[in-house]
Design a protein around this ligand. Structure first.
Ligand code: PLP
Length: 463
Protein backbone atom coordinates (compact mmCIF):
# COMPACT_ATOMS: atom_id res chain seq x y z
CA UNK A 1 0.00 0.00 0.00
CA UNK A 2 1.38 3.44 -0.89
CA UNK A 3 0.82 6.02 1.82
CA UNK A 4 0.39 9.68 0.72
CA UNK A 5 2.57 12.17 2.60
CA UNK A 6 0.73 13.94 5.39
CA UNK A 7 -2.40 11.78 4.87
CA UNK A 8 -4.18 10.38 7.94
CA UNK A 9 -2.40 7.07 7.22
CA UNK A 10 1.01 8.77 7.13
CA UNK A 11 0.25 10.61 10.37
CA UNK A 12 -0.87 7.37 12.00
CA UNK A 13 2.44 5.77 11.03
CA UNK A 14 4.33 8.83 12.27
CA UNK A 15 2.69 9.24 15.66
CA UNK A 16 0.81 6.16 16.80
CA UNK A 17 2.05 2.95 18.43
CA UNK A 18 -0.68 0.38 17.77
CA UNK A 19 -1.72 -2.32 20.21
CA UNK A 20 -1.35 -5.91 18.97
CA UNK A 21 0.36 -4.83 15.75
CA UNK A 22 3.73 -5.62 14.15
CA UNK A 23 5.13 -2.08 14.30
CA UNK A 24 7.62 -2.50 11.43
CA UNK A 25 4.98 -4.00 9.16
CA UNK A 26 2.67 -1.16 10.09
CA UNK A 27 5.29 1.39 9.00
CA UNK A 28 5.11 -0.18 5.53
CA UNK A 29 1.42 -0.92 5.11
CA UNK A 30 -0.27 1.72 7.26
CA UNK A 31 -3.68 1.48 8.94
CA UNK A 32 -7.19 0.57 7.88
CA UNK A 33 -9.01 3.71 9.00
CA UNK A 34 -12.54 2.99 10.15
CA UNK A 35 -14.76 6.05 9.96
CA UNK A 36 -18.38 5.06 10.53
CA UNK A 37 -20.60 2.26 11.73
CA UNK A 38 -24.24 1.25 11.58
CA UNK A 39 -25.81 -2.05 12.65
CA UNK A 40 -23.29 -4.82 11.98
CA UNK A 41 -21.50 -2.78 9.30
CA UNK A 42 -18.53 -0.44 9.48
CA UNK A 43 -17.15 1.76 6.72
CA UNK A 44 -13.53 2.81 6.10
CA UNK A 45 -12.35 6.27 5.05
CA UNK A 46 -12.36 5.17 1.39
CA UNK A 47 -16.06 4.28 1.56
CA UNK A 48 -15.58 0.48 1.63
CA UNK A 49 -18.12 -1.38 3.78
CA UNK A 50 -17.44 -4.41 5.96
CA UNK A 51 -19.52 -6.78 8.04
CA UNK A 52 -17.85 -6.41 11.44
CA UNK A 53 -17.98 -10.09 12.33
CA UNK A 54 -15.91 -9.61 15.51
CA UNK A 55 -18.15 -6.93 17.07
CA UNK A 56 -14.93 -4.89 17.20
CA UNK A 57 -13.04 -6.80 19.88
CA UNK A 58 -15.88 -9.11 20.97
CA UNK A 59 -17.79 -6.16 22.39
CA UNK A 60 -20.38 -4.22 20.34
CA UNK A 61 -23.29 -6.56 21.10
CA UNK A 62 -25.81 -3.92 19.98
CA UNK A 63 -23.93 -3.07 16.79
CA UNK A 64 -22.51 0.29 15.79
CA UNK A 65 -25.45 2.65 15.71
CA UNK A 66 -27.64 2.18 18.78
CA UNK A 67 -29.07 5.67 19.25
CA UNK A 68 -30.49 4.89 22.67
CA UNK A 69 -26.95 4.50 23.98
CA UNK A 70 -25.96 7.78 22.34
CA UNK A 71 -28.93 9.48 24.04
CA UNK A 72 -28.17 7.91 27.42
CA UNK A 73 -24.55 9.07 27.12
CA UNK A 74 -25.38 12.64 26.11
CA UNK A 75 -28.06 12.96 28.79
CA UNK A 76 -25.62 11.83 31.48
CA UNK A 77 -22.84 14.08 30.15
CA UNK A 78 -25.22 17.04 30.31
CA UNK A 79 -26.35 16.18 33.84
CA UNK A 80 -23.14 15.06 35.57
CA UNK A 81 -20.17 14.36 33.26
CA UNK A 82 -17.84 13.11 35.96
CA UNK A 83 -17.85 12.11 39.53
CA UNK A 84 -16.04 9.48 41.53
CA UNK A 85 -16.90 6.92 44.19
CA UNK A 86 -14.06 7.51 46.65
CA UNK A 87 -14.66 8.32 50.31
CA UNK A 88 -18.39 7.51 50.49
CA UNK A 89 -19.43 9.58 47.45
CA UNK A 90 -21.15 8.13 44.39
CA UNK A 91 -22.93 9.23 41.21
CA UNK A 92 -26.53 7.93 41.00
CA UNK A 93 -26.26 5.64 37.93
CA UNK A 94 -23.50 3.67 39.66
CA UNK A 95 -25.88 2.66 42.44
CA UNK A 96 -28.43 1.51 39.86
CA UNK A 97 -25.82 -0.49 37.99
CA UNK A 98 -24.37 -2.19 41.06
CA UNK A 99 -27.86 -3.26 42.14
CA UNK A 100 -28.72 -4.46 38.64
CA UNK A 101 -25.59 -6.57 38.24
CA UNK A 102 -26.10 -8.21 41.62
CA UNK A 103 -29.68 -9.02 40.54
CA UNK A 104 -28.48 -10.47 37.22
CA UNK A 105 -25.62 -12.55 38.64
CA UNK A 106 -25.97 -16.32 38.08
CA UNK A 107 -25.23 -17.09 41.76
CA UNK A 108 -25.77 -14.95 44.88
CA UNK A 109 -23.26 -12.11 44.82
CA UNK A 110 -22.82 -9.36 47.35
CA UNK A 111 -20.98 -6.35 45.91
CA UNK A 112 -19.92 -4.86 42.58
CA UNK A 113 -16.63 -3.00 42.09
CA UNK A 114 -16.13 -0.98 38.91
CA UNK A 115 -13.10 -0.48 36.68
CA UNK A 116 -12.47 0.47 33.05
CA UNK A 117 -11.24 -2.63 31.23
CA UNK A 118 -11.20 -6.38 31.46
CA UNK A 119 -7.54 -6.24 32.47
CA UNK A 120 -8.26 -3.88 35.35
CA UNK A 121 -11.15 -6.04 36.48
CA UNK A 122 -8.93 -9.12 36.58
CA UNK A 123 -6.10 -7.23 38.31
CA UNK A 124 -8.66 -6.08 40.85
CA UNK A 125 -9.83 -9.68 41.33
CA UNK A 126 -6.24 -10.75 42.04
CA UNK A 127 -5.74 -7.92 44.55
CA UNK A 128 -9.07 -8.67 46.25
CA UNK A 129 -8.09 -12.32 46.60
CA UNK A 130 -4.72 -11.43 48.14
CA UNK A 131 -6.35 -8.86 50.45
CA UNK A 132 -9.06 -11.35 51.41
CA UNK A 133 -6.56 -14.02 52.39
CA UNK A 134 -4.39 -11.56 54.32
CA UNK A 135 -7.54 -10.45 56.14
CA UNK A 136 -8.30 -14.08 56.97
CA UNK A 137 -4.86 -14.53 58.48
CA UNK A 138 -3.53 -16.86 55.81
CA UNK A 139 -0.94 -14.73 54.01
CA UNK A 140 0.69 -17.80 52.45
CA UNK A 141 -2.47 -18.62 50.40
CA UNK A 142 -1.67 -16.37 47.42
CA UNK A 143 -1.03 -18.38 44.25
CA UNK A 144 -3.46 -18.00 41.40
CA UNK A 145 -3.90 -20.59 38.70
CA UNK A 146 -4.60 -19.56 35.10
CA UNK A 147 -4.65 -21.81 32.06
CA UNK A 148 -2.43 -22.26 29.04
CA UNK A 149 -4.11 -20.25 26.23
CA UNK A 150 -6.38 -18.49 28.72
CA UNK A 151 -6.79 -14.75 28.10
CA UNK A 152 -7.38 -12.29 30.91
CA UNK A 153 -5.80 -9.10 29.61
CA UNK A 154 -2.37 -7.54 29.54
CA UNK A 155 -1.72 -5.55 32.72
CA UNK A 156 0.89 -6.95 35.08
CA UNK A 157 -1.29 -9.41 36.98
CA UNK A 158 -3.92 -10.14 34.34
CA UNK A 159 -1.18 -10.43 31.69
CA UNK A 160 0.50 -12.95 33.97
CA UNK A 161 -2.75 -14.93 34.24
CA UNK A 162 -3.04 -14.93 30.47
CA UNK A 163 -1.43 -18.11 29.15
CA UNK A 164 -0.33 -16.95 25.70
CA UNK A 165 3.43 -16.66 25.01
CA UNK A 166 3.29 -13.36 23.05
CA UNK A 167 1.84 -11.64 26.12
CA UNK A 168 4.78 -12.78 28.27
CA UNK A 169 7.74 -12.71 25.89
CA UNK A 170 10.08 -9.80 26.69
CA UNK A 171 7.55 -8.27 29.08
CA UNK A 172 9.11 -10.13 32.03
CA UNK A 173 5.83 -11.92 32.77
CA UNK A 174 4.41 -13.91 34.44
CA UNK A 175 5.04 -12.47 37.90
CA UNK A 176 5.55 -14.67 40.97
CA UNK A 177 2.58 -16.53 42.44
CA UNK A 178 0.87 -17.13 39.09
CA UNK A 179 0.93 -20.66 37.68
CA UNK A 180 -0.78 -22.24 34.69
CA UNK A 181 -2.60 -25.50 34.19
CA UNK A 182 -3.60 -27.36 31.03
CA UNK A 183 -5.72 -26.02 28.19
CA UNK A 184 -9.11 -27.75 27.82
CA UNK A 185 -9.03 -27.92 24.03
CA UNK A 186 -9.91 -31.45 23.05
CA UNK A 187 -8.90 -31.20 19.38
CA UNK A 188 -5.34 -30.07 20.21
CA UNK A 189 -4.60 -31.57 23.60
CA UNK A 190 -6.59 -34.81 24.01
CA UNK A 191 -4.64 -38.02 23.62
CA UNK A 192 -5.45 -40.39 20.74
CA UNK A 193 -8.86 -41.94 21.31
CA UNK A 194 -9.49 -40.00 24.53
CA UNK A 195 -13.17 -39.01 24.94
CA UNK A 196 -14.14 -35.49 26.02
CA UNK A 197 -15.12 -36.88 29.42
CA UNK A 198 -11.82 -38.73 29.89
CA UNK A 199 -9.91 -35.65 28.76
CA UNK A 200 -11.80 -33.57 31.34
CA UNK A 201 -11.02 -36.15 34.03
CA UNK A 202 -7.33 -35.99 33.13
CA UNK A 203 -7.30 -32.18 33.22
CA UNK A 204 -8.98 -32.18 36.64
CA UNK A 205 -6.42 -34.70 37.89
CA UNK A 206 -3.61 -32.51 36.51
CA UNK A 207 -5.10 -29.51 38.31
CA UNK A 208 -5.29 -31.47 41.55
CA UNK A 209 -1.68 -32.57 41.17
CA UNK A 210 -0.60 -28.97 40.51
CA UNK A 211 -2.38 -27.82 43.68
CA UNK A 212 -0.76 -30.62 45.66
CA UNK A 213 2.69 -29.88 44.21
CA UNK A 214 2.38 -26.16 44.99
CA UNK A 215 0.86 -26.90 48.41
CA UNK A 216 -2.91 -26.36 48.85
CA UNK A 217 -2.19 -23.89 51.67
CA UNK A 218 -0.49 -21.64 49.07
CA UNK A 219 -3.15 -21.80 46.33
CA UNK A 220 -5.79 -19.07 46.54
CA UNK A 221 -7.76 -19.09 43.30
CA UNK A 222 -8.34 -20.43 39.81
CA UNK A 223 -9.26 -18.01 37.03
CA UNK A 224 -10.97 -19.19 33.85
CA UNK A 225 -13.10 -18.02 30.97
CA UNK A 226 -16.23 -20.21 30.77
CA UNK A 227 -15.39 -20.60 27.07
CA UNK A 228 -11.85 -19.60 26.16
CA UNK A 229 -11.93 -16.71 23.71
CA UNK A 230 -8.78 -14.96 22.52
CA UNK A 231 -6.71 -18.15 22.92
CA UNK A 232 -8.69 -19.63 20.01
CA UNK A 233 -12.41 -19.84 20.86
CA UNK A 234 -12.43 -23.18 22.68
CA UNK A 235 -15.59 -24.47 24.34
CA UNK A 236 -14.78 -26.75 27.28
CA UNK A 237 -15.02 -30.53 26.84
CA UNK A 238 -18.08 -32.25 28.33
CA UNK A 239 -17.98 -32.50 32.17
CA UNK A 240 -14.90 -30.22 32.39
CA UNK A 241 -16.31 -27.50 34.64
CA UNK A 242 -18.03 -29.98 37.00
CA UNK A 243 -14.76 -31.81 37.54
CA UNK A 244 -12.64 -28.68 37.87
CA UNK A 245 -15.04 -27.18 40.43
CA UNK A 246 -14.96 -30.35 42.49
CA UNK A 247 -11.16 -30.07 42.79
CA UNK A 248 -11.31 -26.35 43.68
CA UNK A 249 -13.87 -26.94 46.43
CA UNK A 250 -11.79 -29.78 47.87
CA UNK A 251 -8.78 -27.48 48.41
CA UNK A 252 -10.66 -24.29 49.35
CA UNK A 253 -9.57 -22.54 46.15
CA UNK A 254 -11.72 -19.61 44.99
CA UNK A 255 -13.11 -19.66 41.46
CA UNK A 256 -13.00 -16.49 39.34
CA UNK A 257 -15.16 -16.65 36.20
CA UNK A 258 -13.85 -14.24 33.58
CA UNK A 259 -17.08 -13.34 31.75
CA UNK A 260 -15.46 -10.53 29.74
CA UNK A 261 -16.41 -12.20 26.42
CA UNK A 262 -19.05 -14.72 27.52
CA UNK A 263 -21.23 -12.37 29.58
CA UNK A 264 -24.52 -10.82 28.41
CA UNK A 265 -25.85 -13.49 26.09
CA UNK A 266 -22.92 -14.44 23.86
CA UNK A 267 -23.08 -18.20 24.57
CA UNK A 268 -26.89 -18.48 24.44
CA UNK A 269 -27.46 -17.89 28.17
CA UNK A 270 -27.10 -14.64 30.05
CA UNK A 271 -23.72 -15.76 31.44
CA UNK A 272 -21.17 -18.28 30.33
CA UNK A 273 -21.56 -19.54 33.92
CA UNK A 274 -25.18 -20.51 33.10
CA UNK A 275 -24.19 -22.29 29.90
CA UNK A 276 -21.50 -24.38 31.59
CA UNK A 277 -22.95 -24.68 35.11
CA UNK A 278 -20.21 -22.69 36.84
CA UNK A 279 -20.67 -21.35 40.35
CA UNK A 280 -18.04 -18.66 40.83
CA UNK A 281 -16.97 -16.79 43.95
CA UNK A 282 -15.88 -13.81 41.87
CA UNK A 283 -16.91 -12.72 38.37
CA UNK A 284 -15.28 -10.21 36.05
CA UNK A 285 -17.03 -8.60 33.09
CA UNK A 286 -16.54 -5.78 30.56
CA UNK A 287 -17.08 -5.38 26.78
CA UNK A 288 -20.84 -6.06 26.25
CA UNK A 289 -21.54 -4.46 29.65
CA UNK A 290 -21.69 -1.19 27.68
CA UNK A 291 -21.86 -2.81 24.24
CA UNK A 292 -18.31 -1.44 23.97
CA UNK A 293 -19.56 2.14 23.59
CA UNK A 294 -17.77 3.40 26.72
CA UNK A 295 -14.94 1.68 28.61
CA UNK A 296 -16.22 -0.06 31.72
CA UNK A 297 -15.70 -3.28 33.62
CA UNK A 298 -17.01 -4.76 36.84
CA UNK A 299 -16.01 -7.32 39.45
CA UNK A 300 -18.72 -9.09 41.44
CA UNK A 301 -17.78 -10.75 44.72
CA UNK A 302 -19.70 -13.14 46.95
CA UNK A 303 -20.51 -12.28 50.54
CA UNK A 304 -17.93 -14.82 51.76
CA UNK A 305 -15.27 -12.94 49.80
CA UNK A 306 -16.59 -9.52 50.83
CA UNK A 307 -16.91 -9.85 54.62
CA UNK A 308 -13.22 -10.33 55.51
CA UNK A 309 -12.33 -7.55 53.05
CA UNK A 310 -14.77 -5.16 54.72
CA UNK A 311 -13.41 -6.09 58.17
CA UNK A 312 -9.90 -5.39 56.97
CA UNK A 313 -10.77 -1.94 55.59
CA UNK A 314 -12.07 -1.12 59.07
CA UNK A 315 -8.87 -2.44 60.62
CA UNK A 316 -6.56 -0.61 58.19
CA UNK A 317 -8.80 2.45 58.19
CA UNK A 318 -9.42 2.56 54.43
CA UNK A 319 -9.70 0.37 51.35
CA UNK A 320 -6.56 1.28 49.41
CA UNK A 321 -7.82 0.36 45.96
CA UNK A 322 -9.78 2.33 43.35
CA UNK A 323 -9.34 4.16 40.06
CA UNK A 324 -10.11 7.79 39.20
CA UNK A 325 -12.68 6.38 36.79
CA UNK A 326 -14.06 3.63 39.02
CA UNK A 327 -17.82 3.92 38.49
CA UNK A 328 -17.68 6.70 35.89
CA UNK A 329 -21.23 8.07 35.59
CA UNK A 330 -21.12 8.19 31.78
CA UNK A 331 -20.13 4.52 31.61
CA UNK A 332 -22.68 3.54 34.26
CA UNK A 333 -25.49 5.34 32.44
CA UNK A 334 -24.59 3.67 29.15
CA UNK A 335 -24.30 0.28 30.89
CA UNK A 336 -27.74 0.69 32.47
CA UNK A 337 -29.30 1.54 29.11
CA UNK A 338 -27.47 -1.39 27.49
CA UNK A 339 -28.82 -3.81 30.10
CA UNK A 340 -32.33 -2.34 29.67
CA UNK A 341 -32.14 -2.94 25.91
CA UNK A 342 -30.94 -6.53 26.44
CA UNK A 343 -33.96 -7.09 28.67
CA UNK A 344 -36.53 -5.37 26.43
CA UNK A 345 -35.33 -7.15 23.31
CA UNK A 346 -34.71 -10.42 25.17
CA UNK A 347 -31.20 -10.66 23.82
CA UNK A 348 -30.74 -14.20 25.16
CA UNK A 349 -33.81 -15.46 23.27
CA UNK A 350 -32.50 -13.69 20.18
CA UNK A 351 -29.13 -15.46 20.45
CA UNK A 352 -30.89 -18.79 21.02
CA UNK A 353 -32.92 -18.23 17.87
CA UNK A 354 -29.87 -17.39 15.75
CA UNK A 355 -27.27 -19.77 17.15
CA UNK A 356 -28.64 -22.80 15.27
CA UNK A 357 -28.25 -21.24 11.80
CA UNK A 358 -24.97 -19.58 12.84
CA UNK A 359 -23.33 -22.76 14.09
CA UNK A 360 -24.71 -24.78 11.19
CA UNK A 361 -23.25 -22.38 8.60
CA UNK A 362 -19.93 -22.38 10.45
CA UNK A 363 -19.78 -26.17 10.55
CA UNK A 364 -20.28 -26.42 6.80
CA UNK A 365 -16.59 -25.43 6.48
CA UNK A 366 -15.51 -28.53 8.41
CA UNK A 367 -15.01 -30.61 5.24
CA UNK A 368 -12.70 -28.11 3.56
CA UNK A 369 -9.15 -29.42 3.15
CA UNK A 370 -7.57 -26.46 5.01
CA UNK A 371 -9.90 -26.74 7.99
CA UNK A 372 -8.75 -28.76 10.99
CA UNK A 373 -11.61 -27.96 13.34
CA UNK A 374 -14.75 -25.84 13.45
CA UNK A 375 -16.01 -24.99 16.91
CA UNK A 376 -18.24 -22.62 18.81
CA UNK A 377 -21.25 -22.05 21.04
CA UNK A 378 -24.05 -19.50 20.76
CA UNK A 379 -22.93 -16.60 18.55
CA UNK A 380 -19.20 -17.20 18.86
CA UNK A 381 -17.15 -19.58 16.78
CA UNK A 382 -13.88 -20.29 15.05
CA UNK A 383 -12.36 -22.16 12.15
CA UNK A 384 -8.87 -23.55 12.73
CA UNK A 385 -6.75 -23.73 9.58
CA UNK A 386 -4.11 -26.45 9.44
CA UNK A 387 -1.28 -27.47 7.14
CA UNK A 388 -2.36 -31.11 7.26
CA UNK A 389 -5.86 -32.22 8.13
CA UNK A 390 -4.96 -35.79 9.06
CA UNK A 391 -2.04 -35.00 11.38
CA UNK A 392 -3.46 -31.59 12.52
CA UNK A 393 -0.04 -30.10 11.67
CA UNK A 394 0.20 -26.35 12.19
CA UNK A 395 1.44 -23.99 9.52
CA UNK A 396 5.02 -22.86 9.79
CA UNK A 397 5.37 -20.08 10.76
CA UNK A 398 2.08 -19.89 12.63
CA UNK A 399 -0.10 -16.90 11.78
CA UNK A 400 0.98 -16.29 8.19
CA UNK A 401 -1.98 -18.13 6.66
CA UNK A 402 -4.41 -16.62 9.19
CA UNK A 403 -3.16 -13.15 8.25
CA UNK A 404 -3.60 -13.93 4.56
CA UNK A 405 -7.14 -15.18 5.19
CA UNK A 406 -8.06 -12.01 7.04
CA UNK A 407 -6.73 -9.88 4.17
CA UNK A 408 -8.87 -11.82 1.70
CA UNK A 409 -11.89 -11.57 3.99
CA UNK A 410 -11.40 -7.81 4.08
CA UNK A 411 -11.28 -7.75 0.27
CA UNK A 412 -14.68 -9.50 0.35
CA UNK A 413 -16.13 -6.99 2.82
CA UNK A 414 -15.69 -8.96 6.03
CA UNK A 415 -13.72 -8.23 9.19
CA UNK A 416 -12.73 -11.30 11.21
CA UNK A 417 -9.81 -11.90 13.58
CA UNK A 418 -6.89 -14.30 13.22
CA UNK A 419 -5.80 -15.97 16.45
CA UNK A 420 -2.66 -17.38 14.85
CA UNK A 421 -4.25 -19.57 12.14
CA UNK A 422 -7.61 -19.86 13.86
CA UNK A 423 -10.18 -17.45 12.47
CA UNK A 424 -12.61 -16.15 15.08
CA UNK A 425 -16.16 -14.97 14.44
CA UNK A 426 -18.13 -13.14 17.13
CA UNK A 427 -20.65 -10.78 15.50
CA UNK A 428 -22.88 -8.21 17.18
CA UNK A 429 -25.81 -10.04 18.82
CA UNK A 430 -28.23 -7.93 16.77
CA UNK A 431 -27.08 -9.63 13.55
CA UNK A 432 -29.94 -10.92 11.36
CA UNK A 433 -30.19 -14.33 9.75
CA UNK A 434 -29.67 -12.73 6.31
CA UNK A 435 -26.52 -11.01 7.58
CA UNK A 436 -25.27 -14.33 8.97
CA UNK A 437 -25.66 -15.75 5.45
CA UNK A 438 -23.71 -12.84 3.95
CA UNK A 439 -21.04 -13.16 6.61
CA UNK A 440 -20.42 -16.82 5.85
CA UNK A 441 -20.65 -16.33 2.07
CA UNK A 442 -17.76 -13.85 2.35
CA UNK A 443 -15.98 -16.21 4.77
CA UNK A 444 -16.28 -19.02 2.19
CA UNK A 445 -14.82 -16.80 -0.55
CA UNK A 446 -11.88 -15.89 1.68
CA UNK A 447 -11.37 -19.59 2.45
CA UNK A 448 -11.35 -20.46 -1.29
CA UNK A 449 -8.81 -17.69 -1.96
CA UNK A 450 -6.66 -18.89 0.93
CA UNK A 451 -6.85 -22.47 -0.28
CA UNK A 452 -5.66 -21.39 -3.75
CA UNK A 453 -2.81 -19.33 -2.27
CA UNK A 454 -1.70 -22.07 0.14
CA UNK A 455 -1.64 -24.56 -2.76
CA UNK A 456 0.28 -22.21 -5.07
CA UNK A 457 2.83 -21.43 -2.35
CA UNK A 458 3.13 -25.11 -1.39
CA UNK A 459 2.38 -24.30 2.25
CA UNK A 460 0.24 -27.34 3.01
CA UNK A 461 -0.04 -30.98 2.19
CA UNK A 462 -3.55 -30.54 0.79
CA UNK A 463 -4.98 -31.40 -2.59
C1 PLP B 1 -11.83 -13.04 28.61
C2 PLP B 1 -11.11 -11.73 28.60
N1 PLP B 1 -10.71 -11.22 29.76
C3 PLP B 1 -10.07 -10.04 29.84
C4 PLP B 1 -9.83 -9.32 28.69
C5 PLP B 1 -9.08 -8.03 28.78
O1 PLP B 1 -9.92 -6.97 28.53
P1 PLP B 1 -9.33 -5.53 28.16
O2 PLP B 1 -8.75 -5.65 26.79
O3 PLP B 1 -10.54 -4.65 28.23
O4 PLP B 1 -8.32 -5.19 29.18
C6 PLP B 1 -10.26 -9.80 27.45
C7 PLP B 1 -10.04 -9.04 26.21
O5 PLP B 1 -10.25 -9.50 25.12
C8 PLP B 1 -10.90 -11.05 27.41
O6 PLP B 1 -11.30 -11.59 26.25
Amino acid sequence: MSVRPNSPAARDIAYHLHPYTNARRHEEQGPLIISEGEGVMVRDDQGNQYIEAMAGLWCTALGFGEQRLVKAATAQLAKLPYYHSFAHKVPEPVIDLAEKLIELAPVPMSKAFFANSGSEANDTAVKLIWYHNNARGRPEKKKIIGRIKGYHGITIASGSLTGIPVNHTDFDLPIANIVHTGCPHHYRFAQDGESEEDFATRLAAELEQLILDEGPETVAAFVGEPLMGAGGVMPPPATYWDKIQRVLRKYDVLLVADEVICGFGRTGSYWGCNTFNIKPDIMTMAKALTSGYVPMSAVLISDEVYQPIADNTAKVGNFGHGFTYTGHPLAAAVAMETLKIYEERDIVARVRGLMGPFQERLRRFADQPLVGEVRGVGLIGAVELVADKASKALFDPPGKVGAYFVGRAQAHGLIVRPLADTIAVCPPLIISEAEIERLFDAFGQALDDTQAWVSSEGLASVA
